[in-house]
Design a protein around this ligand. Structure first.
Ligand SMILES: Cc1cc2nc3c(=O)[nH]c(=O)nc-3n(C[C@H](O)[C@H](O)[C@H](O)COP(=O)(O)OP(=O)(O)OC[C@H]3O[C@@H](n4cnc5c(N)ncnc54)[C@H](O)[C@@H]3O)c2cc1C
Length: 392
């Protein structure tokens, strides 16, 4: 099989890239390891920055999001038993976030690609790349029990953190920057209306907790747990009891409604970046090139921002042979990537409890939280990063 751009991975990065390229008249094929059902049901991110929402809307894949997404103009930071609202939109020039599940974005993108005659091969796992330092790169993959080859002009490695594309770059070319955190997140999806209109980020002596939502009837919660924690040790009663404790307010003016847990999982917290994000005819995008801890809600948004840059650069290259934007792809993306890295690290460091319970560090965290909700300058920094910076 042959195409112009061979895309590995049908997550948000790969699918949106394929959609953007189609709008510019560039052909692509998407290879995806898992089944369509699997990728459409994978519950992950849910906070879309204003720029992501605008881009999905402008490119014709925002109709359902406009109907079903929940637009939020603020978030709450809870600590010391009290809640403090950060008015995001007021501080960030009217920009807002939209709560719309990643799996819904993925469903919308798959539907749009298939309606436009796009080629997405599910259960087609890439096993290796050939010739990425030549003009004729190719992706080897396995589909329906057979070994196949996708020949292309360029490869977009959108296959997530555990994919194969990053490893195809020769040793010594990429530099990895990494930080592991001494905790993980236990996330649940519960069939109960949210007990809050806006997200609550809670710093508590027993650990961090987050109350988020997916719809008026589905709530999403996260609890900071040990990195090696097992779900078996967390029956529903223990999860709810811990959420009740960590999200409580001292004057009892707020209560948390409980409901059946419909999904649960544990996610490691990690920061990771490789530089550069390109080698020869291979361009890495999204989680294949960088990971952020979910506290800043940036992963999906960065994936979308990367492929926007890549699609523009490819349009220039195919249009008039301009190689400049393609050569500058990594450099352009990394500015936003590192801003998001810093913001995600900062939110994570401020809100979680660190092992050993260093009292000095705890006092610093409280001072930082108080500053974030009492100083307009500090709150604006949080707000403009959270809704997504226009220029980086
Ligand atoms: C619990 C959780 C909560 C999160 N919350 C947020 C949030 O609120 N906001 C936010 O912005 N981000 C959040 N994120 C991060 C976000 O989900 C990711 O950053 C996002 O999925 C990145 O998209 P991607 O397309 O780069 O990678 P992925 O979504 O990982 O997609 C990669 C795709 O490649 C496929 N693949 C892998 N290997 C191969 C192969 N060899 N061949 C073919 N296909 C392959 C995979 O099956 C997958 O479909 C969260 C993540 C988790 C886990």
């Amino acid at each position: 099989m042959r195409t112009q751009v061979g895309i590995v991975g049908a997550g948000p990065a790969g699918l949106f890239l394929s959609h953007l390229l189609h709008l510019r008249g560039i052909d692509s094929v998407v290879l995806e390891l898992r089944s369509r059902e699997h990728v459409e049901k994978r519950v992950r991110a849910g906070v879309l920055e204003q720029g992501t929402v605008d881009l999905l809307t402008e490119t014709g894949v925002g109709d359902r999001m406009a109907k079903e997404g929940l637009v939020h103009h603020g978030i709450e930071l809870r600590f010391g038993g009290r809640g403090h609202r950060v008015p995001l939109s007021e501080l960030a020039g009217g920009r807002a976030i939209t709560i719309y599940g990643q799996q819904e974005v993925v469903k919308d993108l798959i539907a749009a690609r298939l309606a436009d005659g796009g080629r997405i091969l599910f259960e087609a796992g890439a096993v290796g790349l050939d010739g990425i330092d030549s003009d004729t790169p190719a992706v080897r993959y396995r589909h329906r029990g057979r070994d196949e080859v996708l020949e292309c002009d360029l490869v977009a490695g959108c296959d997530g953190f555990h994919g194969v594309c990053r490893d195809a770059v020769p040793q010594g070319v990429l530099t990895a920057y990494e930080r592991e955190y001494p905790f993980a997140w236990l996330g649940i999806l519960a069939s109960v209306p949210p007990s809050t209109k806006e997200l609550i980020y809670s710093h508590h002596e027993r650990g961090f907790a987050l109350h988020s939502m997916r719809s008026p009837t589905l709530s999403r919660f996260y609890l900071q747990v040990d990195p090696d924690e097992s779900l078996d040790r967390w029956p529903a009663e223990r999860i709810w009891s811990e959420l009740q404790t960590r999200l409580a307010v001292a004057d009892g003016s707020w209560s948390l409604a409980e409901g059946p847990i419909v999904e649960q999982g544990i996610t490691a917290m990690r920061s990771f970046v490789v530089e550069p994000m390109q080698y020869g005819r291979l361009y890495l995008a999204g989680d294949a090139a960088h990971i952020v801890p979910a506290t800043g809600a940036k992963g999906l948004n960065l994936a979308v921002a990367d492929v926007r840059v890549l699609a523009d650069a490819l349009a220039g290259w195919y249009g008039d042979g301009d190689t400049g934007p393609l050569d500058a792809y990594s450099e352009r993306c990394l500015r936003r990537v590192w801003r998001a890295q810093h913001f995600s690290w900062w939110m994570t460091s401020m809100l979680h409890r660190f092992a050993g319970g260093d009292p000095y560090q705890h006092k610093l965290q409280l001072a930082e939280l108080r500053y974030a909700v009492t100083s307009k300058a500090a709150a604006t920094t949080l707000a403009e990063n959270y809704v997504g910076l226009v220029e980086v």
